[in-house]
Write a protein that binds this ligand. Structure first.
Ligand SMILES: [Zn+2]
Length: 303
């Protein structure tokens, strides 16, 4: 587990550049005797794991709300300062939050910064860039939970038993969901297994269950491929014998429908990739999200 104590720099909420030439004015982030310590998590799935282990002893807030994309977030110092005193910052790591190293300079935050993906064996993109989507696997969420419980115990040693108890409950819930996922997916390991998704967010799930996912990266930015690029893509998908296509948002529907129609793959509905649904939706918690995604994939792959 990585817990970095950062040097204090100044300029909470006033901008990035001036901090280099002005003396530091430390922002106070220490625990207040009466206040519930606040934990800031960078995305909704991570925030849910943090809440499952930490609440009600800690207040967990998510930088990115459910149903909002977690990529390309670059919060302003003002936005970060709006969360008030934060006692612990949780981020996924593996380059999901490219701004995290600038945080001390931009906000003056000097509390612990914990990388939830620490200890997870990364899947390397092009052999060198760690894929950040570690939350899309049972082993990934389990690792998040252990790392977070350790971080909480260091932050508040007197409450370590509470965190340990909730960690056990969370891991038990995850284990049950994993057993159900295995039962759903194990019979489908033969035959067509290539799954087309809008962006490459399921490599860790693929590693866990022996499934192959292919992302269409242009969809992640909303850019439609050119006619030539689409024709090449369709050729590639047809030759790879894809089993099913999924969407992330309604915007993906048209192109995925076309790919499904022309390749013979099933159109399998929506998967939750980088965020939870709203609390009353089908993926309102981290465990429900994985269970929902697996059930949706299994349904589409069932002959
Ligand atoms: Zn993603």
């Amino acid at each position: 587990m990585l817990i970095a104590r950062r040097n204090v720099l100044t300029l909470a909420a006033t901008g990035l550049l001036a901090c280099a030439c002005k003396p530091a004015a430390p922002t106070q982030v220490a625990l207040r005797a009466q206040a519930k310590p606040k934990v800031l998590a960078t995305m909704s799935i991570l925030a849910d794991v943090a809440r499952q282990i930490g609440a009600p002893d800690l207040e967990i807030i998510s930088l990115v709300a459910p149903d909002r994309a977690a990529h390309h977030q670059d919060p302003t110092p003002k936005e970060l300062a709006s969360f008030g005193d934060v006692s612990l910052l949780l981020h996924v790591g593996f380059n999901l939050e490219g701004w995290i190293d600038r945080l001390p300079e931009s906000t003056g935050y000097h509390g612990p910064i914990v990388q939830a993906s620490d200890g997870i064996k990364p899947i390397l993109i092009e052999g060198r860039i760690p894929d950040p989507h570690t939350w899309q696997s049972f082993s990934g969420l389990s690792s998040f939970a252990r790392t977070i419980a350790n971080a909480y115990a260091k932050l508040l040693p007197g409450l370590a038993t509470n965190f340990e108890t909730r960690l056990k409950a969370y891991l038990a819930e995850l284990k049950t969901a994993q057993a159900q996922a295995t039962a759903l997916l194990a019979p489908l390991r033969q035959g067509r297994r290539l799954i087309i998704v809008p962006h490459n967010s399921f490599r860790y799930l693929g590693r866990e269950f022996g499934l192959e996912f292919r992302g269409i990266s242009s969809l992640s930015t909303g850019a439609q491929p050119s006619a030539k690029a689409l024709a090449d893509l369709l050729d590639e998908i047809k030759s790879a014998d894809a089993a099913a296509c999924f969407i992330e948002t309604e915007a993906d529907q048209r192109l995925m429908g076309q790919i499904a129609a022309e390749s013979g793959a099933k159109l399998g509905g929506k998967l939750y990739t980088d965020s939870l649904s709203k609390p009353d939706g089908p993926a309102g918690t981290s465990v429900l999200m994985l269970a929902y995604n697996v059930a949706t994939i299994a349904k589409a792959l069932t002959p």
